[in-house]
Design a protein around this ligand. Structure first.
Ligand SMILES: Cc1cc2nc3c(=O)[nH]c(=O)nc-3n(C[C@H](O)[C@H](O)[C@H](O)COP(=O)(O)OP(=O)(O)OC[C@H]3O[C@@H](n4cnc5c(N)ncnc54)[C@H](O)[C@@H]3O)c2cc1C
Length: 362
């Protein structure tokens, strides 16, 4: 019997998740990406991969938080099923601020309290004094008198994940075609296979309201810094986060600039990110800069994701904005329901957009 066929455009985060799931379901899977197997030009390669739905809730719609909470539970299961290990931890995250920025801490705390009323069961957050901070991160307690602790938040290693998904998708028979940019028009309308469009910003021709939101991050090797969990520093001009990875590596990020400029990290951004990191922990001074990366987040006018069924053949998954790692398991499960049964209860449950929002003035 001939296998059902699926063509996936884009081998970034979403493309790889869908490729593996479809290959496991017995589809004949072909994946096209415009870049090489490391997908250095994808948002997924640059991302810090923090899984922080509660910290993000201060500036995010409730359905995104819901998808984030669902995905926090799904990631361990997805990662356990992979044949190569992927760094994942759910050690919580901390929000800190310098004494002069106390009003920012207060505002953040009141926003978290609002979210807690909507998600009381899953939402835990705690204002902690410097004794508890000392227990959690003993290198920070002399700089910060209090902090907010979100015990359930997580993070993973984006590049290990991309690698592991690729290996397993190939093991299940998926074929990957590198340096092979494709447009939807490259596939004749008479063809019988489904096309899943996961090209992120590469889909701008077909999803016209898509825009890029520039983000810059710096990877630093800093063996003097011993942080156990992602830390966000609230700051009036340059708020940052620091996400610890394996082997004393830290991702310091990220700027958020309404621009599709893909050029290198600017001097101003580098100064701001590194100064803020140094103000959080002086051990960064002797760190070594491994990489500076700039990329654009694929975003729709409402900064919410979309699963768009253009016709019987084409499904587009896009608009993951700054939340791709945080919500992709929810999008994966909803999209698979749609691929397998032509409809999705999960997509309804999470109020995932199924038609294009109108362009705004961004
Ligand atoms: C600086 C930064 C920090 C971030 N931090 C976080 C974070 O901490 N937590 C979090 O949850 N999210 C974070 N994100 C967001 C996350 O990375 C994205 O939401 C996610 O990667 C989007 O996934 P995607 O598969 O839609 O797009 P991508 O990962 O960008 O993949 C798209 C793929 O399509 C390919 N492609 C493009 N055009 C074509 C074409 N014509 N033909 C074939 N292939 C094509 C590209 O080469 C690419 O491989 C961050 C993003 C950035 C930029």
């Amino acid at each position: 019997m001939t296998k059902k066929q699926v063509i996936i455009l884009g081998a970034g985060l979403m493309g790889r998740l869908i490729a593996l799931a479809c290959a496991k379901e017995g589809f004949r899977v072909s994946v096209y990406d415009q870049g090489g197997s490391e997908v250095k030009d994808s948002a997924a390669y640059t991302a810090a991969a923090m899984l922080a739905p509660l910290a993000e809730s201060v500036a995010t719609e409730n359905n995104i938080i819901e998808m984030g909470l669902y995905s926090l539970n799904r990631w361990p299961e997805l990662i356990k099923g992979l044949s190569k290990p992927v760094f994942f931890q759910q050690n919580g995250s901390l929000i800190v601020w310098h004494a002069q920025d106390q009003s920012l801490g207060k505002h953040f705390y009141s926003q978290l309290n609002k979210t807690q009323k909507i998600f009381p069961a899953q939402f835990q957050h705690e204002k902690i004094t410097h004794e508890k901070l000392n227990l959690l991160e003993n290198q920070l307690d002399h700089r910060f008198r209090e902090a907010l602790y979100l015990p359930h938040e997580g993070q993973l290693d984006n590049r290990e994940l991309l690698d592991a998904l690729l290996i397993d998708a190939q093991l299940y028979g998926a074929q990957f075609y590198w340096y092979s940019p494709r447009e939807l028009s490259d596939f004749p309308e008479s063809s019988h296979f489904k096309i899943i469009d996961c090209r992120g910003l590469g889909s701008k021709q077909s999803i016209t309201p898509l825009r890029g939101v520039r983000g810059e991050v710096i990877r630093v090797y800093a063996p003097e810094v011993k942080l156990q969990r992602p830390i966000r520093l609230l700051h009036p001009r340059y708020p940052i986060y620091i996400a610890p990875k394996d082997n004393d590596v830290y991702v310091i990020g990220a700027t958020e600039i309404e621009s599709e400029d893909m050029s290198e990290v600017s001097v101003r951004s580098a100064l701001e990110l590194l100064s803020a990191a140094y103000s959080l922990h002086s051990g960064f001074a002797e760190g070594r800069i491994l990489e500076m990366n700039a990329q654009c987040r694929p975003s729709l006018p409402n900064n919410a994701p979309i699963i768009l069924k253009t016709n019987e053949r084409i499904i587009s998954i896009n608009g993951l904005y700054r939340h791709g790692f945080m919500i992709s398991p929810a999008l994966l499960d909803a999209a698979m329901e749609m691929i397998l049964t032509d409809q999705s209860n999960l997509a309804q449950q999470f109020s995932i957009e199924s038609s294009l929002p109108h362009a705004s003035n961004h």
